[in-house]
Design a protein around this ligand. Structure first.
Ligand SMILES: Nc1nc2c(ncn2[C@@H]2O[C@H](COP(=O)(O)OP(=O)(O)O)[C@@H](O)[C@H]2O)c(=O)[nH]1
Ligand SMILES: [Mg+2]
Length: 377
């Protein structure tokens, strides 16, 4: 399936025309443009070197346990997604309705809607099962459950596309966006750990200059993983932090640069304008940057995730998703709604707060974690 967003040019302009942008004091696009045109040294950034600076690894670590995120199997998913599977409540449902009839489908429909799978995806799933049930395709409820599993996996398969770091692009720039509190900074910390374990050299840019704590939080993750963090003070211009970081990463031959951003500014429009500006300023250093724009979505927000994706996509052309907090929600079904409505790749799933709790999104493992164990998966 060719996703519609892929047909967009990577350098498509941000959807907000300049005239709509609020003239807040923090909106200093002209200042940034000026700063960009003069020597970059005019915008001093602090490159915070972690102490001690860990040597950049050329080879993957010998200790396989460090590669836990990728290696961990389906059991981990099931344990962590207990709340979501409780929401689907399918085990109980099938024992209450052992007969293949409309009551079973009605209750299944309610279960899917409750888990925030959304009306269009739920309707499509139920209609498919109803047609096949009428055609006597299923011998028993267990067969219907197996068909549901296959349908759910088919819905997610087109978006289960892992992020590939193109080694020809140096630095490969990841811009991380999303509303406040969704888990952007935590995800960046987990990604830093993952990329280090994979042997990549990397740098982080503290682009959430709106909150002082956000810079400190990113620096803590950088220290923990021996990764350099480029930061300026609080209220610094986020675009100039990103610009400095990309210049520094380029000068050092760093392989991956991950930029954090604010999730809240004085206004929502101001935030979208700032993100668009960060993207344009990065493109002054490398016309192909950012190479991945990751929208981080909190899995507990339910259907609101769809409108967040719509807004951020209009501003910065989202190329991948991270759905976090799937361990703590009964609304993980929103993943199906996102897949059906947008077709944008889901790169990672956050299923806990530990560094190893960021998993490459795996459609089968996710679906099996939601379904009763009786399927034997
Ligand atoms: N349970 C759980 N908590 C998470 C996950 N990802 C992030 N968090 C927590 O969500 C809170 C907000 O995260 P933060 O990274 O600061 O969000 P940001 O504002 O988007 O940068 C923190 O307490 C994180 O520990 C996850 O996958 N599972
Ligand atoms: Mg943050």
């Amino acid at each position: 399936m060719v996703s519609w967003f892929r047909r967009k040019k990577p350098d498509a302009p941000a959807s907000l025309p300049e005239t709509q942008r609020p003239a807040t004091s923090s909106d200093t696009s002209n200042d940034v443009a000026a700063a960009v045109d003069v020597s970059p040294s005019a915008v001093p950034a602090t490159v915070i070197e972690p102490a001690p600076i860990a040597p950049l690894q050329a080879d993957p670590p010998a200790d396989a346990s460090q590669a836990a995120p990728a290696a961990a199997g389906k059991v981990g998913w099931r344990e962590r997604l207990r709340k979501s599977s409780a929401a689907l409540g399918l085990s109980g449902l099938f024992s209450r309705h052992p007969r293949l009839d409309d009551d079973l489908l009605d209750e299944l429909e309610t279960a899917l809607l409750t888990a925030d799978v959304g009306v269009p995806a739920t309707t499509a799933l139920i209609e498919d099962l109803r047609k096949r049930m009428k055609a006597r395709e299923f011998g028993d409820a267990q067969a219907l459950l197996a068909a549901l599993r296959a349908d759910l996996i088919a819905l997610l398969a087109p978006v289960a596309k892992p992020l590939q770091i193109d080694p020809r692009i140096k630095p490969f720039v990841l811009l991380t966006v999303g509303v406040n509190g969704v888990g952007k900074t935590t995800t960046i910390g987990k990604l830093a750990r993952r990329f280090k374990d994979e042997g990549h050299s990397l740098m982080l840019a503290a682009g959430d200059t709106f909150r002082a704590a956000a810079v400190a939080q990113l620096q803590a993750w950088g220290d923990r993983n021996g990764v350099q963090v480029v930061a300026q003070g609080q209220n610094a211009d986020a675009a100039s932090v990103a610009f400095d970081a990309l210049q520094a990463a380029k000068a050092r031959g760093t392989e991956v640069l991950i930029a954090d951003t604010a999730g809240r500014l004085h206004t929502q429009q101001g935030l979208m304008a700032e993100l668009g500006k960060i993207k344009r300023v990065l493109q002054k250093v490398d016309a192909s940057a950012p190479h991945e724009v990751l929208l981080v979505i909190d899995g507990t927000t339910g259907q609101n995730a769809l409108s967040q994706l719509r807004q951020f996509h209009a501003a910065v052309n989202i190329t991948g998703l991270v759905v976090t907090k799937l361990d703590g929600t009964a609304k993980g079904g929103v993943v199906f709604a996102l897949a059906r409505e947008f077709g944008i790749p889901i790169r990672f799933a956050g299923i806990g707060e530990r560094p190893e709790d960021l998993r490459v999104f795996d459609a089968e493992a996710f679906v099996d974690a939601l379904l009763p164990e009786s399927l034997g998966q």
